[in-house]
Design a protein around this ligand. Structure first.
Ligand code: 3H9
Length: 685
């Protein structure tokens, strides 16, 4: 078996290279090889200095996430770090790419760090519900100061090498040949013959932070106030604070204790589940990355809210976009609105004028589909009308050469029927964006019966290029997300009539971890949208319909399920709505009663899970974990609960099944009919 770490000697400098594709994660086998190589090098009298580097695009992407939570296997990352740190000869990390988590901790064990300008550095552990567990919370503040360390560790965000060099994390940037420069630095430092101070002994930045403890605490509290209820950021901040108050080794021991606590927490299990689920969701049997076609220019039909958001998603990724509308006025309005969005970002300082004008320059428009002739992908984003969509697709197929992918942004409709309106269904698929399309991460890629592997490969590759998290789903009313959303919301009207007021229901959802409750969400989106849809399909929702008849369309009219006084965006309970609900309940002969938060959650979330089981049963979702990715990235399901299907297993599938069966027997409502797939989810991913 080949070794995952190897050493070569260059004029007395030992270059130790880590080679553990795909990302050089510090799994048990690599740790064993690295420890063995380093032990030899450190003991060798021939070696004047050591350079540590990675092969490929990564220095080291951190601990092997799949091993976290398992019993530790020697040698640990900490023993490797001690080996490097105790070395009296100069040690240099040559950072050739991502140095993340345990990877950056390894680099900080070295005396010096040289990086390529493209390298990215960070301690993203909190994103996995962890904290840096190999000294990161102690060494980073010693290099960059306590405030900058807090920023990086509590938010988990990475920084580029230039910024890292500005704050003292990197000693030198290598604009040329990294290895040559790292070896030259190693030789120069070795020739100095002086002592090399390990990071753990550098106290000047710690002393500076101690002089302004109040400033540190204020900064910490501001960062934590945005992350209430999450354990990892709290412990991470506490651990950085220990750098100012405890001796190094005591603070290190405390960090270790926090790491072990977090590694077995539900929060971390959920976030690690999502890490792998997102990567699995982007893979498809029989579809290789190589099959993807090049996409140089994207066309969009329909420049309403969705069309504009989709256009911005591509413009933001530096891609040219051609926008089509039915008349010049609507087109001009859309182009103007997109320009105004960029101007607002420039005013706020989050976008440079140069970048804004590059994005505007990439946008063109027309009322004719002729401009789509040189597009590689055209996305239709008009309203949900099957006849209209079919007409558009027939016209698009005629206006574009074979091979141009034709996508619909439909949220509900049958992609196979739309594809059949063209003479090349193999080029047709669904690209379901979520509003606002340039912000929300999720992209449901809807695979039609005849969609070609090449079209799917292209969509998957493109999704990553524009920063989306793709999930491939099958054709079915509402696909995965909206189908489950309908099930989640099916009991809301009934709950209100039984006595749970909108404010109470929203509160129960927020307490669960949703960013907003279902009525706050509807008030934001506008009640009229659902009302129009219900009328079109002969459906009713008595309370919501009555509110619409009163002209209460939500935030935009200042009144919906809640009241929004003086243009406020935060709703307050409205006695008029509560009175209306009580009157309607009385007319329907429903006696009001106290409804608990637990009941609200069971009657909304269990049917949602049940619908999730149904979409797996029907093959619309390939696996339960895909559903979790959909809900966390598209609907605001709390990531630290891992998504609805992960959460359901924790909640107890048999408990959910029993509840549904009881409700189904009592009410006969279809959304309560337990899916036979439900108990099988225990064994699925
Ligand atoms: C840590 O370090 C704790 C320490 O403080 C404690 C030490 C004691 N482990 O994302 P990609 C796999 S916690 C295992 O598609 P990219 C990934 O699953 C860790 N596997 O590539 C995928 O596998 P597959 C802190 C990992 O180029 C493949 O590699 N570090 C790991 O778009 C390619 O991944 C992090 O949180 C890992 N650490 O992005 C960094 N990383 O092909 C996590 C990746 O089978 N990683 N894989 O699906 C990343 O952010 C990105 O992967 C990275 C590359 C930016 C590195």
């Amino acid at each position: 078996m080949s070794r995952l770490a190897a050493c070569t000697i260059h004029d007395g400098v030992a270059v130790v290279t880590i080679d553990n594709p795909p990302v050089n994660a510090l799994g048990a086998r690599l740790r064993g090889d690295l420890f063995a190589v380093l032990s030899e090098v450190v003991a060798s009298p021939e070696v004047a200095a050591i350079v540590l580097t990675g092969s490929g695009r990564n220095f080291v992407a951190g601990a092997d996430i799949s091993e976290i939570g398992r019993p530790p296997v020697e040698p640990t990352v900490t023993s490797i770090i001690e080996l490097i740190e105790d070395c009296e000869r100069p040690t240099i990390a040559a950072i050739n790419g991502n140095a993340l988590g345990g990877g950056l901790e390894l680099a900080m064990a070295c005396h010096y760090r040289v990086a390529t300008p493209e390298a990215r550095l960070g301690l993203p552990e909190v994103r996995l519900g962890l904290l840096p567990g190999a000294g990161g919370t102690q060494r980073l503040p010693r290099l960059v100061g306590a405030a900058a360390a807090l920023d990086m560790i509590v938010t988990g965000s990475e920084i580029g090498a230039r910024k890292a060099s500005g704050i003292g994390l990197v000693d030198a940037l290598s604009e040329g040949d990294l290895m040559r420069e790292a070896i030259a630095l190693a030789q120069a430092r070795a020739a100095e013959n002086g002592s090399h101070v390990a990071v753990r002994y550098r106290e000047d930045k710690i002393a500076a932070a101690k002089r302004d403890l109040a400033g540190f605490e204020a900064h910490r509290d501001a960062l934590l106030s945005k992350r209430r209820g999450l354990r990892a950021p709290q412990l991470a901040a506490l651990s950085v604070g220990n750098a100012l108050t405890l001796p190094f080794d005591d603070a290190l021991a405390a960090e270790r204790g926090f790491f072990l606590e977090l590694a077995s927490s539900d929060e971390s299990k959920a976030l690690r589940h999502l890490f792998f689920a997102e990567r699995e969701a982007a893979k498809l049997d029989g579809v290789t990355k190589e099959a993807a076609r090049a996409v140089r220019r994207v066309g969009i039909v329909g420049a309403g809210t969705m069309g504009r958001g989709i256009a911005m998603a591509f413009l933001n990724a530096g891609m040219p976009v051609a926008l089509a509308e039915t008349d010049e006025e609507a087109l001009a309005k859309a182009i103007e609105a997109i320009s105004a969005s960029y101007a607002a970002l420039v005013r706020r300082g989050s976008l440079s004028e140069e970048e804004a004008s590059a994005r505007r320059g990439n946008l063109s428009g027309s009322v004719s589909y002729d401009m789509f002739a040189d597009c590689d992908l055209v996305i239709e984003a008009v309203f949900e009308d099957m006849a209209l969509k079919k007409t558009i697709f027939a016209a698009l197929a005629a206006a574009t050469p074979a091979g141009t992918i034709l996508a619909t942004n439909t949220s509900w409709l049958d992609v196979n029927e739309i594809a059949a309106a063209t003479d090349r269904p193999q080029d047709v698929l669904g690209l379901h964006f979520f509003s606002p399309a340039h912000v929300m991460k999720l992209l449901e890629i809807v695979r039609g019966e005849r969609t070609s592997p090449a079209a799917l490969a292209t969509a998957l590759k493109l999704a990553r290029r524009i920063g989306k998290v793709p999930v491939v789903v099958g054709v079915g009313y509402g696909f995965v997300g909206n189908r489950m959303l309908a099930a989640r919301n099916a009991e809301l009207e009934r709950l209100m009539l039984e006595g749970a007021m909108p404010t109470q229901i929203d509160r129960a959802f927020r307490d669960f971890g949703w960013p907003m409750g279902p009525f706050e969400m509807t008030d934001l989106a506008g009640l009229d949208v659902g009302w129009r849809n219900r009328r079109a399909h002969g459906k009713t929702a008595p309370v919501a319909d009555a509110l619409c008849e009163m002209g209460r369309f939500g935030q935009k009219t200042g009144r919906g399920f809640h009241l929004y006084p003086d243009g406020s965006r935060k709703g307050v309970p409205d006695p008029e709505v509560e009175k209306l609900i009580r009157t309607m309940a009385e007319e329907a002969g429903i006696a009001p009663r106290a409804v608990s938060f637990a009941e609200i959650l069971e009657r909304t979330h269990y049917p949602m899970v049940n619908a999730g089981a149904q979409v797996v049963e029907e093959g619309i979702a390939r696996r339960a974990a895909d559903i979790d990715v959909v809900w966390v990235n598209g609907y605001g399901f709390p990531a630290w609960k891992g998504g609805p299907m992960f959460w359901a297993r924790k909640e107890g599938l048999s408990r959910i099944e029993r509840f549904l069966a009881r409700q189904f027997e009592a009410t006969g409502s279809e959304h309560f009919r337990p899916s036979p797939m439900l108990p099988l989810l225990a064994a699925s991913d």
